[in-house]
Ligand binder design. Sequence first.
Ligand code: PLP
Length: 379
Amino acid sequence: MKFGTKVIHSGIEPDPATGAIMTPIYQTSTYVQSSPGVHQGFEYARSQNPTRSALEKNLADLENGVDAICFGSGLAAMDAILKLLTPGDEVIATNDLYGGSYRLMTKIFANYGIKFSFIALETANSIKEYITDKTKLVWIETPTNPMLNIVDIQAVCTAVEGFDLNVVVDNTFASPYLQNPIDLGADMVIHSATKYLGGHSDVVHGAVVVKSQEMADKLHFFQNAAGAVPGPQDCFLVLRGIKTLHLRVQRACENARKIADFLRKNDKIANVYYPGFESHPNHDIAKKQMKDFGGMVSFDLKNDTIEAANEIMIKTKYFSLAESLGGVESLIGHPSTMTHASVPREERLKVGLTDSLIRLSVGIEDVEDLIDDLDTALK
Ligand SMILES: *Cc1c(COP(=O)(O)O)cnc(C)c1O
């Protein structure tokens, strides 16, 4: 099955009770048993829910994994993966991470004796220097947020072959339409389905897709034991969003390319970060591992101040000033005071996240309107 067919058909069966073509929202907490322990595979809704199961099958197929495990948010999914570790274990992570991921690692899991090193995984050959016999997890985010660096997933997976560790890829920014990390050697893929998968800024949700049944069993155990499960209505919304994933991401990519070209010509702008530019340092890797270059574009200003950035962000009309990304509508955001405020300024500057850096999540509106909007705000 090809991708555009999978999004619509994978894991989706007409409802056995009624024939409803759309997966029902099974809004129930428990299921009736015919005699003690005799049931139809569903006992209690933290443990199993048919709406959630349909989504899990769909996501497993989209990422070419064996199974998926859904959670109440992207960070809850990440929390479950980190709980596979035990005190003393070490994690190597991309240095330019989603702010909430950095916070979960350094402010929560560091207290439980897990050690994190943050390195520039764009240079995959250096990763071996950081691996010890305690390293259990390599955490990749690509494209990175908000600098849009590209990590060569296959190169990292090859470099760590033979070590007893798992490679996890946060695939939120690319979505499964653009990139499938398991095909490139990763053991697990994580999504904040709040973003492109849901796609309509109306739900918070997360998922892990895994390559092995053993890992699936462990994570289903955590899902049930720790209980950070999504509700059935949220699963339904993600299922519904996924049906148009390929069309939405395709259009967002087309729009982003045109917007990046437009921004590059503006004389108030210092740098435009967009992996689709041939001059982008990781352009060749992006071309190799992604179907297109994504809907995210970041840029900073020659007048590198928060005030100058603010002046632009409060003037846009179609680009709404808000956190998050991946919805049908365009968003504009200021990482250093919004999504990445929990990362210390010196850490931010090290990766190029300047005070004036602005991040765009390009939506699927008509691109002429979006360009006009930015043009007006920049003037
Ligand atoms: C939003 C996001 C998360 C966290 O997901 P939530 O659904 O907000 O918990 C993790 N990683 C990336 C790259 C994100 O953009």
